[in-house]
Design a protein around this ligand. Structure first.
Ligand code: ZN
Length: 272
């Protein structure tokens, strides 16, 4: 059997896109980024059409004929199966990111554990991650397949190629399907390393200066990712303990919360 190869680049025939989606589907399933029939992937065929994986089919068992073509509003144009119920998340990304031609949604276990714990992957722990994705924010919970989920993702999609979704999973995107898949693989790998540092009980964060140098290196490596590297995100050894950029979710320790409450009570007493 010939090796399974997904060619990079977005400009290819629809037949090739269908074949590539089957291969990437097998990779996603084979790496246990999804269980059963979970997850979905799509590519932008042209300015008016999306090719998406079908609902109710294991990503490891898809055939080229299973794919569904929809317009940018999600209306089915061709295919014997139905598109994923989570297609709205893909359409939101295509509408807001003209640079994106592929979207990958999965539930990789370690990254999803962070999402279920309400924790973004926002620490400057690995130089490679800072160069590729910047950091990975957490979108607040929204019921899958409803506008609630799209609304929670909306503030983040313009500036991130990988996003955690609270109590659900993750979504990644890229200029082509291979890049979108690689972003999912990088996200899960980073989540595993982050978890290992938690187990070890120590996280040695990069400094703000280190991150600045990596930000400059991004351009040198030809990375045109929209994922931002701001003054507070990712969290460095000399920045605040949590990212607040583009998110209304923050995390504080019990000690920090108690001191915030004490300060609020003190101010209230003074003002009376
Ligand atoms: Zn899902």
């Amino acid at each position: 059997m010939p090796p399974e190869v997904v060619t990079p680049g977005a400009r290819k025939s629809q037949r090739q896109h269908r074949r590539d989606m089957c291969i990437v589907g097998r990779w996603i399933h084979g790496r246990a980024f999804v269980a059963a029939t979970d997850g979905n992937i799509s590519v932008r065929l042209d300015s008016k059409r999306i090719l998406t994986s079908p609902t109710g089919v294991s990503k490891g068992l898809m055939t080229p004929r299973d794919m569904v073509i929809t317009d940018l509003q999600g209306k089915k144009l061709a295919g014997t199966r139905e598109p994923s119920s989570e297609l709205a998340m893909h359409l939101l990304i295509y509408a807001n990111r003209p640079d994106v031609n592929a979207v990958c949604h999965a539930h990789p276990p370690t990254a999803t554990a962070y999402a279920a714990a309400g924790l973004p992957l926002d620490r400057a722990l690995l130089s490679e991650l800072v160069v590729t994705l910047g950091y990975i924010p957490l979108a607040r919970y929204g019921t899958p397949g409803t506008p609630e989920l799209s609304n929670s993702l909306k503030p983040l999609v313009k500036s991130h190629d990988a996003i955690l979704m609270a109590n659900h999973g993750a979504v990644t995107c890229g200029a082509d399907l291979l890049t979108a898949f690689f972003h999912m693989e990088t996200l899960e790998h980073f989540a595993q390393v982050s978890l290992a540092t938690e187990v070890l009980g120590k996280q040695l964060l990069l400094s703000g200066r280190d991150v600045e140098k990596l930000a400059a290196a991004r351009v040198r490596y030809g990375n045109t990712s929209a994922a931002p590297i701001g003054s507070n995100c990712p969290v460095t050894s000399d920045s605040p303990k949590f990212c607040v950029e583009n998110s209304d979710l923050i995390s504080v320790t019990r000690e920090e919360l108690e001191s915030l409450i004490e300060e609020a009570v003190r101010k209230d007493r003074i003002s009376r």
